[in-house]
Design a protein around this ligand. Structure first.
Ligand code: SF4
Ligand code: SF4
Length: 433
């Protein structure tokens, strides 16, 4: 994005949105079929750390039987928001909506300090320009030798948190124009989300996505006035700011006059498909949000429906695929990315065990709950190692960061790529070689 979005006005401290009159709470029939799909229950075997237990607690708060106290908050905070319980649930319980509403009641998380959380959710994420400034400072810190020097002085806990960070790339995603014509015959006009983390840490993936779309006959609009999707705000109880960001995106993308809005980050796509629910009571935006959400498509979902106009060329690699939670469980997209991988000749695709189990990234969860996160990551890296793959494909920035860290810390020494990287590579387009 080339323009800032600075007009999202500041929220008063403590502003949240508390509403627990959810019909979803009464859909749970306590069958327990979700329990063994829940990563936190699998590790701890405790009812309050299961979806059923958490729903029970939220219902008790909604009915005034218990207070939303610190212990209640801890049970909710330990949830990864991976939504594996929704896939398992025969009653169609929207656990994610229940958890988001409960977190809105509690306000921003207590770690790493409410002030830091508010700074991040209210003053950084909604403003792409500020985020880039932060990333530039971090890049300078990493490249100037200051990080090496500091690593001898800071406590072990800080060093561990720092090691989760990737090297900030030399270039951010800064498209030279707002509209990019299709390469070859024009088949449709789409818009693309730049994303906050994607455009700062994974600019090459955005370049590859843009190239793949254009090579497949898409005229691509990258609206300058778009902002972050607000997924992290939503998951952390910052509902009012999330609504403001959603309205801004709706205005920016609907004005682009496109047939689809393409998203290459699973978590962002899941959040944007939920704008219709988020703004359902907004008299001005409810209908617009409905229309907007119906246009949102994950890049793999879109390309598979459209059909590849250009046949991918050979790429000789052994590849395994990690289902991002917000693609497999929240958007129910599993077959399309695999079908696109199979369309690349030369790729040998090996399935890992439990590919749709959370890797422990979950937004900022790997910072807020390092023990649980590391437990899940170790298990994931073992599953990846068993495939003997050269590359693990994970179309979501959080998973890519976590798996890259996992490869450095636990092995195997495997390359982590986005699906668009591989498609771009097979077309000889932008993206890591
Ligand atoms: S979202 Fe994931 S971690 Fe949370 S209750 Fe459901 S399955 Fe468990
Ligand atoms: S599977 Fe669904 S209905 Fe059964 S306990 Fe879990 S959330 Fe409730």
């Amino acid at each position: 994005m080339t323009q800032p979005n600075e007009e999202i006005s500041a929220l008063p401290p403590g502003a949240g949105s508390a509403r627990l009159d959810l019909p979803e709470l009464y859909q749970c029939v306590h069958c327990g079929l979700c329990l063994d799909q829940c990563p936190t229950y699998r590790v701890l075997r405790l009812e309050p750390e299961s979806p059923r237990g958490r729903i029970h607690l939220v219902k008790a708060v909604a009915e005034g039987r218990i207070e939303p106290n610190q212990r209640f908050a801890e049970h909710l905070d330990l949830c990864l928001m991976c939504r594996a319980c929704e896939t398992a649930c025969p009653s169609g319980v929207h656990y994610g909506r229940i958890a988001e509403a409960a977190r809105a009641l509690l306000g921003p998380p207590r770690w790493p300090g409410r002030a830091l959380a508010l700074l991040c959710f209210r003053h950084l994420l909604p403003y792409p320009t500020r985020l880039r400034w932060m990333a530039s400072v971090l890049r300078l810190y990493q490249r100037s030798g200051a990080q090496r020097l500091a690593s001898r002085l800071v406590p072990r806990r800080i060093r561990e948190m720092e090691s989760l960070l990737p090297a900030v790339p030399a270039r951010f995603f800064s498209p030279s124009s707002e509209i990019f014509p299709a390469l070859g015959e024009r088949r449709t006009r789409v818009a693309m989300l730049s994303g906050c983390v994607m455009s700062t840490l994974f600019g090459a993936v955005n370049e590859a996505t843009l190239s793949v779309l254009r090579l497949n006959g898409c005229e691509v609009v990258i609206p300058r006035r778009q902002t972050c999707c607000a997924a992290l705000n939503l998951h952390n109880g910052e509902t009012m700011m999330a609504k403001r960001m959603a309205r801004k995106n709706i205005d920016a993308f609907l004005a682009a006059g496109v047939e689809s809005v393409i998203v290459n980050a699973a978590g962002c796509g899941a959040a944007m498909k939920e704008y219709a629910h988020l703004l359902r009571d907004d008299p001005e935006y409810a209908a617009k949000a409905e229309r907007f959400s119906s246009l949102v498509k994950d890049a793999s979902e879109f390309l598979w429906e459209l059909g590849l106009a250009l046949a991918p060329r050979r790429v000789e690699l052994r590849v395994t695929y990690q289902d991002p939670c917000h693609l497999a469980h929240a958007q129910r997209i599993r077959s399309q990315p695999r079908a696109l991988l199979r369309a690349i000749p030369g790729l040998e695709i090996v399935e890992m065990a439990a590919s749709d189990r959370c890797c422990g990234s979950a937004g900022i969860y790997n910072l807020t709950h390092p023990d649980m996160s590391q437990e899940l990551l170790r298990e994931k890296m073992q599953a990846i190692a068993a495939t003997g793959a050269d590359v693990v494909v994970a179309p979501n920035p959080g998973c890519m960061l976590q798996l890259d860290y996992g490869a450095r810390r636990y092995g195997p020494k495997i390359k982590v790529l986005h699906l668009m990287d591989l498609l771009g590579q097979s077309y000889g387009a932008a993206g890591p070689a």
